[in-house]
Design a protein around this ligand. Structure first.
Ligand code: HEM
Length: 416
């Protein structure tokens, strides 16, 4: 069995582990990494565990620091196992699904264009703060049915949450749980839920009058005749706001970084927009916004040839699996025509597969279409002194900033 010291909760190590992960993949499916933890490096082993659905591996034991217990009703989907997970997920998927994403497309186009139009010719801007961060957040806020003018405040709160000790500890110095740690944010979500409830009551049974946003639908969604409790809806809303915001920002940031540093690739994709989906998948595979998924072991088992005991933590290295050479040829290389590009594990796999995958892919496609339509090739140049600096969240990968110079008269008419 391989044993190395590697701390995936340390951003510096987690975000720069590619050579180490390659070596570990060659040695076996899983390696002991210290602190009673195992890191699963190979594709097939990660996928197998992701399919497990709470039989041997538990999501409840994985996400938080050892010993941290979250009350069941406050749990995020990513820390529930079946049958609780199956019930809550069915309710969420009935409200937040492909149909809802298709309905959102015109708003995504409008928002992307509006953010890009604020980038002035001849200026220097940070594409992260002006585009890749606000766009996904505005879209999620709008889909949920919250006022779009609150999006910036929500983004600030969400960033604070993600960068705090709360994701690991379920508390901060201010208090316990989401309500104690972030009382203003918690209160805000509560008020918005009450607002949605009032709108549902006002609409009554009049056909066509029921509010059609995700939160209003969640409040009345029934699975086998049962509704989610207020606390469960609250937790799902937190989940959607937190799950979708920084991750999609990192995807957009990684995509733009790739294009800004590989101008022949940018030229190819602009000339043939049918390559955009392939570029998005390859960005997700090679530069995954989420690097790993932690689970806990509930029964003694083996992963490859490595024995894992009850209570030990298993980190599913989905970023490593995405570069497994037995599944992806020349795995470190971005190939926008790769036939199996969408087989990556960046959105997970199986019963917990990311609920926002379709929204993230759609937002990325539209962001690129609008960027290409607004700025001609070569109009945006990365600051020559720039060097890639990651966001500070330990499980994420994406540029903290992307400073570019905008050509004096960059605008062009029409799309692509
Ligand atoms: C590029 C963007 C995104 C990435 C890389 C990403 C990644 C992930 C990953 C790795 C998981 C765990 C999957 C598993 O355990 O098998 C997950 C779950 C989830 N994601 Fe995303 N996500 C993204 C965007 C979004 C968006 C836009 C939303 C919603 C607005 C969202 C909401 C969720 C939720 C609610 C879950 C929990 C699903 C469950 O446990 O059943 N995500 N995501």
């Amino acid at each position: 069995m391989s044993e190395v010291f590697f701390d995936p909760f340390d951003p510096e190590q987690a975000q720069n582990a590619w050579p180490l992960l390659k070596e570990l993949r060659a040695r076996g499916a899983a390696a002991r990494i210290g602190d009673g933890m195992y890191y699963v490096t190979r594709y097939d082993a990660c996928r197998e565990i992701l399919k497990d659905n709470g039989k041997v591996f538990s999501y409840n034991l994985g996400f938080r620091a050892p010993g941290v217990v979250v009350p069941p009703e406050d749990r995020l989907l990513g820390e529930m196992d079946a049958p609780q997970h199956t019930f809550v997920r069915r309710a969420v998927v009935s409200s937040f699904n492909t149909v809802a994403v298709r309905r959102e497309e015109p708003f995504i186009y409008r928002s992307a264009r509006a953010f890009l139009e604020q980038i002035l010719p001849g200026s220097t801007v940070d594409l992260v703060s002006s585009f890749t961060r606000p766009l996904p957040n505005t879209v999620t806020v709008h889909m949920l049915g919250f006022p779009v003018e609150d999006a910036e405040q929500i983004a600030t709160w969400s960033k604070e949450v993600m960068e705090s000790e709360y994701p690991a500890m379920n508390r901060t110095a201010r208090g316990e749980g989401f309500a104690g740690a972030f009382p203003e944010y918690w209160q805000y979500i509560d008020e918005q839920m009450s607002r949605c409830r009032r709108r549902i009551e006002e609409a009554g049974d009049v056909p066509g009058k029921a509010p059609d946003d995700v939160v209003s639908r969640l409040l009345v969604a029934e699975v086998d005749g049962q509704r989610l409790s207020e606390r469960q809806v609250h937790a799902v809303v937190e989940n959607l706001l937190l799950g979708g915001f920084t991750t999609t920002s990192q995807l957009l940031g990684n995509l733009l970084y790739t294009l800004l540093t590989d101008t022949p690739l940018e030229g190819r994709v602009r000339a043939d927009p049918s390559l955009v989906p392939g570029l998005v998948e390859e960005s997700l595979r090679v530069s995954p916004p989420v690097l790993f998924i932690p689970v806990g072991c509930m029964r003694d088992t083996t992963v490859g040839e490595t024995r894992v005991a009850v209570g030990e933590r298993v980190i599913l290295g989905t970023a490593s699996a995405n570069r497994d050479e037995t599944v992806f040829e020349e795995a470190d290389t971005v190939d926008v025509e790769r036939a199996n590009a969408d087989k990556h594990l960046t959105f997970g796999f199986g019963p917990h597969l990311c609920i926002g995958a379709e929204l993230a892919r759609t937002t990325a496609r539209i962001a690129l279409e609008e960027l290409f339509g607004t700025f001609p090739e070569g109009a945006l140049t990365l600051d020559p002194s720039y060097s890639f600096e990651n966001v500070s969240t330990y499980f994420e990968c994406g540029p903290a900033r992307l400073p570019v110079a905008v050509a004096p008269s960059p605008r062009q008419e029409g799309a692509l």
